[in-house]
Design a protein around this ligand. Structure first.
Ligand SMILES: C[S@@+](CC[C@H](N)C(=O)[O-])C[C@H]1O[C@@H](n2cnc3c(N)ncnc32)[C@H](O)[C@@H]1O
Length: 273
């Protein structure tokens, strides 16, 4: 890949997703573009850059963001967040619900990837919130990964790592073409609502505030200015006293923000703000 081609791809990716690709990511970008060259039957990155500039390049731009972004995730990743949800956030919010006239406990899984995160939240809430309605909004920039999340189908190896009562209660084994897969039961998946969304662009397709927002392992790809903008956008979507969970590698320490740190990777919108 030539210097000008890397610059072109890097600017385009930043413009579209705010993912910031430093020069140390050149090899990685080159490897990932290889997948798109094969898929589009093009021989060189130069030709691929031309394709991206064509008037009807929207679909290919989405594919480009797809191959560049990292979708790695797993059930109950960073389990301290789920412990905190169960032991602190839910009881605290449940105690306030009547006074605040909250009809639902609302959680946003921002950058939900293939669904393991919102399904982990759902399993936690199904266990500890039996008598208060709850709803999860799950969003990601990638149409492809979101389609996987929405299908609610997971490999046996992933389900095998869940506590047995969770696996039994919430997933059923697939047969025939779905051999080796497990599908989420509707009683769980009906609580999760998926939407394609770029976290830095436009407004999300929901307006009611959230008691808890998970935005984990995505900020790490953004530059500082973008991280500050994102934290500000998310903070405004929380109820006063609501919680923001970020990835453990994504401390907000060096950022300007309005939130209070509760414990590592857990922040709270100050009550009365
Ligand atoms: C590493 S995964 C994190 C998944 C999950 N939150 C977790 O912690 O396991 C990062 C996700 O962020 C998504 N993403 C990247 N840029 C985004 C943006 N600007 N808006 C929304 N999602 C974005 C990617 O598509 C990817 O699925």
């Amino acid at each position: 890949m030539r210097d000008n081609e890397f610059e072109f791809i890097r600017n385009l990716v930043y413009e579209r997703s705010r993912i910031s690709l430093g020069s140390d990511k050149r090899e990685l970008v080159s490897a990932r573009l290889g997948k798109r060259l094969r898929a589009t039957n093009l021989a060189t990155v130069g030709e691929y850059c031309q394709l991206l500039q064509a008037p009807n390049a929207e679909d290919e731009l989405a594919n480009l963001i797809d191959v560049i972004s990292t979708n790695h995730t797993f059930f109950f990743r960073e389990s301290a967040h789920f412990d905190f949800l169960r032991a602190v956030a839910v009881p605290e919010m449940a105690a306030r619900a009547q006074g605040e006239r909250w009809a639902q406990f609302r959680v946003w899984s921002a950058a939900c990837s293939s669904g393991e995160e919102p399904y982990s939240i759902a399993m936690t809430l199904a266990e500890c919130l039996p008598s208060w309605p709850w709803r999860i909004e799950a969003t990601d920039i990638s149409h492809r990964i979101l389609a996987r999340a929405q299908a609610g189908i997971f490999r046996e190896e992933a389900i095998a790592k869940l506590p047995v009562p969770f696996a039994r209660a919430h997933f059923r084994r697939g047969f025939g073409p779905q051999e080796g897969n497990y599908c989420a039961r509707p009683a769980l998946s009906e609580h999760i609502h998926f939407h394609q969304l770029n976290l830095l662009e436009g407004e999300p397709p929901f307006t009611e505030p959230f008691q808890v927002i998970f935005c984990r392992n995505v900020m790490i790809y953004f530059d500082r200015e973008t991280q500050e903008e994102l934290v500000d956008r998310l903070a405004r979507r929380l109820v006063p006293g609501g919680y923001l969970f970020v990835g453990h590698a994504e401390s907000l320490i060096k950022l300007r923000h309005s939130l209070k740190m509760i414990q590592p990777a857990i922040y709270q919108r100050p009550p009365n703000t």
